[in-house]
Design a protein around this ligand. Structure first.
Ligand SMILES: [Mg+2]
Length: 281
């Protein structure tokens, strides 16, 4: 899950809110691209989507039902051990000044309905029951996105991962499964993707539903335009959990994903630990 999520994020980072003609010219899956404006994020580097998903995975491996303080501590330490751009500017500036988990909780203004809570929540899908997934997804969302759509978008992402990881039904019935538990619709996205959590999750689930291969999904996630690194991270993270999706990401994207202290090898190791801990290998 996390490795594909990181690849979607890093590939999408070259195209986030980029112009349509730039996307049309370069969205060929042949390599990671330098974003025309975000020069601090080099080709192959992942962004906030992956870094925060790693924090969520690490929190769950320590305690499958983390407290607010534990969530906050993991978010803060994942940022400070490996600072990088790609976060929303205000949240980035906030994190720079935050000392630890209690400081985070004391000063955060958790009223956003943007995609921050949804983008990090796929690992919650590993939990054992849909009830636990919905509860824990909401709890982690409330730290930063305590709004109806901030929470619901996070729950939809986590519950989708849960459905796929636990093999609860065919890919084609995922949307019905979500609708039964948290309403819908999810798979009828059209147009450019804005910064709202619901936008990213709906676009990702639409591309996930429409395509049977990772390449086709990744291409479409970018072609939506807008906040596409989050869309691609979510769609590929889900695709990695689904036996009905062809796992055909170009080898070059696997080979050239960043591999520093918290890069490719670290991400793969976390993927392994999540499977062992929650799915028994
Ligand atoms: Mg991002």
């Amino acid at each position: 899950m996390l490795l594909s999520l990181a690849i979607g994020d890093a590939y999408g980072a070259g195209f986030e809110y980029a112009r349509g003609d730039f996307i049309a010219r370069h969205n060929d899956l042949k390599r990671y691209y330098q974003h025309p404006k975000h020069l601090g994020i080099k080709p192959g580097m992942y962004t906030d989507d992956t870094q925060m998903s790693l924090a969520v995975a690490e929190a769950l491996l320590k305690n499958p039902h983390p407290s607010a303080l534990e969530w906050a501590e993991h978010f803060v330490s994942a940022f400070h051990r490996d600072r990088r751009e790609g976060y929303a500017q205000r949240f980035y500036d906030f994190l720079l000044t935050v000392r630890d988990g209690s400081d985070f909780l004391a000063r955060i203004k958790p009223h956003s309905d943007k995609s921050g809570a949804a983008m990090r929540t796929l690992p919650v899908g590993f939990l054992e029951t849909p009830e636990a997934v919905l509860e824990v997804a909401a709890e982690q969302a409330r730290l930063t996105h305590d709004t109806p759509d901030g929470i619901r978008s996070a729950q939809a992402a986590a519950l989708s991962a849960h459905y796929l990881l636990r093999r609860l039904g065919p890919k084609a019935e995922l949307e019905q499964y979500l609708e039964k538990r948290i309403g819908g619709p999810w798979c009828n996205w059209r147009g450019s993707v804005g910064s709202a959590g619901m936008d990213s999750v709906r676009a990702a689930l639409t591309s996930f539903a429409r395509h049977q291969s990772m390449r086709a999904m990744l291409h479409e996630c970018i072609a939506w335009t807008g906040d596409v690194d989050t869309v691609a991270a979510l769609a590929l993270g889900l695709a990695a959990c689904c036996a009905d999706v062809e796992q055909d990401l170009p080898q070059v994207l696997l080979d050239t994903l960043e591999n520093g202290a918290f890069g490719s090898d670290y991400v793969k190791q976390l993927d392994r630990r999540l499977r062992e801990r929650f799915l028994g290998g």
